[in-house]
Design a protein around this ligand. Structure first.
Ligand code: FMN
Length: 363
C-alpha cells in the first residue's frame, strides 16, 4: 500500500487503522510562522466526530489531537508536523464472527485479493476513520487560507430524493447554519425532510446516499497548474479519495452536458476595476486555473454499505452465506453527513497546496 500521501508542496501522509492504537497525519511543507495549537485541530475534529448527532454513527470517541512535532512556542517551525489521535472506543468483538465474510459494498474483498490480509476490526485501514487525519491536516491548511482571507464551506445538498434548493449567498452564515444542523444542511425546512428520509431508511434497516456541495471564496485568479495539476483535477482526486465517494463535479458539472454554449458560457464584465464573470457555471475554474470567482463543486456519496438487514454473500473461500450484522452495530445511516467537514478539509488542502505551489514556481 504505497499511496498514503497527498499534495505536492503541502504534502500529507496519513497512518493508522480503525481499531489500531492511534491514527495520525504527518504534514510536510507547511510554512514556518503559522500560529497552531491542538485546539485549532480539535475544533475541526469535533465536526467530523461520530456521535455529533443521532443521525450518525454512535461510536463514542473523544478524538483529541496531540501535536507531536513541528510546532514550537505556538508557531509552526517549517519542520514536519506530526498529529496523532488515539483510538479509545474500539470494541472489535462484534467483528470476530463476521471476519471471514465478504461484506457487500465494503473493501474487504479487494483488500484480501490484493494483499492477502485484511484488518477486519472496524474496517482497518479502509475505514472512514482515516478521514479524521484529513480533517486534522485540513485545519492546518485553513491557516494558510486564512492569511489570504480565503473562506470555505461545505454542506449536505441532498439526501436520497430530498434536494436543497438555492443555497444562501453568505458563506459565513451558510457555514454556521450547516454545522448547527443535525444533518449538516443549512436549510432548516430541507433538513427536516432529510431527517424524515433517514428515519424511513432506518426503519427499513437500510441506508441512503447523498451529495455534499463545497464552496471556496476570495480565491485569487491563477491557482492551479495546467496540464496535469489543473485545479479541478486535483480537487477531483482529493474528493474521490474519500471513502464512499462516487461522483465529482465542478460548477454546472454534469448539468453542463444538457446546456447550450450560450446558456453555459459565463460572460466577462469589468466590475470595480476588476475583470469578473456575470454567472459562474464554470465553478471558478477555466483551463485548470482559478478565475477569482467562487470555487463551487459537488461530491456524490453512495449509501452506507453497512445495513441492518440480512444480505446474501460468500465467505473468503467462496462458500455461500448470509451476512447479518449483530444488533447494536455502529454505523452511519448516510455517510454524506459526516463527509461534510472531510470535503471542506480536502478542498482546503488542495487550495493550500496550489498557493504554495505558485509561490514555489515563482521564486
Ligand atoms: C465520513 C464517513 C463515514 C462512513 N461511515 C461508514 C459506516 O459507518 N459504515 C460503513 O459501512 N461505511 C461507512 N463509510 C463508507 C466506507 O468507509 C466505504 O464505503 C468502504 O470503505 C468502501 O470504500 P468505497 O466505498 O470507497 O469503495 C463512511 C464513509 C465516510 C466518508
Amino acid at each position: 500500500m504505497a499511496s498514503n500521501s497527498f499534495g505536492k508542496i503541502f504534502r500529507i501522509t496519513t497512518f493508522g487503522e480503525s481499531h489500531g492504537e492511534a491514527l495520525g497525519v504527518v504534514i510536510d511543507g507547511c510554512p514556518a510562522g503559522l500560529e497552531l495549537a491542538a485546539e485549532d485541530i480539535n475544533s475541526w475534529l469535533q465536526l467530523r466526530k461520530p456521535h455529533v448527532s443521532q443521525y450518525v454513527s454512535p461510536r463514542s470517541e473523544p478524538d483529541k489531537a496531540e501535536i507531536l512535532s513541528g510546532v514550537f512556542q505556538g508557531k509552526t517551525t517549517g519542520a514536519p508536523i506530526a498529529i496523532m489521535v488515539e483510538n479509545i472506543d474500539t470494541d472489535s468483538s462484534k467483528y470476530e464472527p463476521i471476519k471471514n465474510i465478504l461484506r457487500p459494498g465494503h473493501a474487504n474483498f479487494t483488500y484480501y485479493e490484493k494483499y492477502g490480509v485484511f484488518d477486519y476490526r472496524g474496517g482497518g485501514r479502509a475505514s472512514a476513520r482515516e478521514t479524521l487525519c484529513r480533517v486534522a491536516a485540513g485545519a492546518v491548511a485553513m491557516k494558510i487560507l486564512a492569511k489570504q482571507q480565503i473562506k470555505t464551506a461545505a454542506f449536505v445538498k441532498s439526501i436520497g430524493s430530498v434536494v436543497m434548493a438555492a443555497p444562501l449567498p453568505d458563506i459565513d452564515l451558510l457555514r454556521k447554519l450547516t454545522y448547527d444542523s443535525p444533518v449538516y444542511c443549512p436549510n432548516a425546512t430541507t433538513a427536516d425532510l432529510m431527517i424524515r428520509e433517514i428515519e424511513k431508511v432506518k426503519a427499513a434497516k437500510d441506508s441512503i446516499g447523498g451529495i455534499v456541495e463545497f464552496w471556496a471564496e476570495n480565491l485569487p485568479a491563477g491557482l492551479g497548474d495546467p496540464i496535469y495539476s489543473k485545479l479541478e483535477a486535483n480537487l477531483a482526486s482529493a474528493m474521490l479519495s474519500i471513502p464512499a465517494s462516487r461522483g465529482f463535479e465542478i460548477g454546472a458539472g454534469f448539468a453542463a452536458a444538457a446546456m447550450t454554449g450560450k446558456e453555459h458560457n459565463d460572460q466577462f464584465v469589468k466590475l470595480n476595476n476588476k475583470i469578473t464573470t456575470v454567472s459562474n457555471n464554470a465553478g471558478g475554474v477555466l483551463g485548470g486555473i482559478s478565475t477569482g470567482m467562487p470555487l463551487v463543486g459537488r461530491v456524490a456519496f453512495k449509501p452506507t454499505p453497512s445495513i441492518m438487514q440480512p444480505q446474501k454473500t460468500v465467505d473468503i473461500n467462496g462458500d455461500e452465506c448470509e451476512l447479518q450484522l449483530p444488533a447494536g452495530s455502529r454505523h452511519d445511516l448516510c455517510v454524506a453527513i459526516r463527509a461534510v467537514p472531510v470535503v471542506e478539509a480536502m478542498c482546503a488542502l488542495v487550495i493550500a497546496d496550489a498557493i504554495l505551489y505558485n509561490q514555489a514556481i515563482s521564486s
